[in-house]
Write a protein that binds this ligand. Structure first.
Ligand SMILES: NC(=O)CC[C@H](N)C(=O)O
Length: 268
């Protein structure tokens, strides 16, 4: 019997995508569990019993002091060493939207030189000045070491955030680009770069960056929500896309493939 891949999906304090995220991992063949942040910090639940740790979407601590900021402090003071050990052991960490904001505020991303404590990038308020709830098209960097996006080149996903503008100093952006750590970019429907054009790029993200990974490719954060595209009718244009034969075979759902890739990583 093949070993079950155990996924820990965090819950609590304003997170609101844990049910969908756990469901997506279940569809991908894993054994997900929704675990309250406190249960992990107190040690009632042990991180070493899992292979994938997920920081999901939501409004942790009400986005006070900036989205993901308080969660990052709580996580790093209570769990920092255990998470760094978890990564060193070869496991996977994923941050979706509020989870991505948390990963950058902890310094778990971008993880340059194996240092998972340094804050190098930020997710700022959207340039448009308001919360965006829309679908975006994403091009995938096939040169990236990211294990979650293997074999993918394009995916449409929804975004829903107020603080999604990826930002960093030019030398940090350059380093992310040359190392292949830029995984996802906002694009046009044909996969061509959005070049900052609103609303293809919904937040003004520098270089259209929507998702990055660490140098190992095992820590991945993204603003869009892959757990919200696990059935072809989730896409607002699914009838047209199906008629055009562009996507939407049950078997190759872009959102679900992110979770399938994560699970497949442990089944090699
Ligand atoms: N969907 C989310 O996770 C939202 C993230 C965060 N609360 C924001 O608005 O930016």
């Amino acid at each position: 019997m093949t070993r079950q891949v155990k996924v820990l999906v965090l819950t609590g304090y304003g997170l609101n995508c844990d049910m969908e995220t756990a469901h997506a991992f279940k569809m991908a063949g894993a054994a997900p569990e929704r675990v309250h942040i406190n249960s992990l910090i107190t040690g009632d639940v042990r991180l070493e019993d899992y292979q994938i740790l997920v920081f999901g979407g939501g409004f942790s601590w009400g986005d006070d002091h900036g989205a993901g900021v308080v969660q990052a402090v709580r996580i790093m003071t209570g769990l920092g060493d255990r998470i760094r050990h978890f990564i060193a052991e070869g496991n996977l960490v994923m941050g979706i939207c509020n989870g991505f904001q948390t990963l950058v505020n902890t310094g778990l991303l971008p993880g340059f030189d194996g240092d998972y404590t340094r804050r190098e990038v930020a997710l700022l308020h959207n340039d448009c000045g308001n919360f965006r709830d829309q679908w975006v098209d994403l091009s995938v960097n096939q040169e990236s070491p990211c294990v979650f996006t293997k074999g993918m080149d394009f995916l449409p996903l929804p975004v829903r955030h107020g603080e999604g503008k990826f930002y960093a100093a030019p030398e940090v952006i350059h380093r992310l680009e040359v190392s292949g750590q830029v995984v996802l970019r906002y694009a046009g429907r044909d996969g061509s770069p959005a070049q900052g054009a609103f609303p293809l790029n919904p937040n003004g993200a520098v270089n259209d960056i929507a998702g990055i990974c660490d140098p190992t490719g095992r820590v991945f954060g993204l603003m869009p929500h892959p757990e919200a595209f696990t059935h072809f009718t989730h896409h607002p244009d699914w009838t047209r896309l199906k008629a055009e034969g562009r996507i939407l075979q049950e078997k190759d759902l872009p959102g679900l493939n992110i979770f399938r890739n994560a699970v497949a990583f442990f089944k090699k």
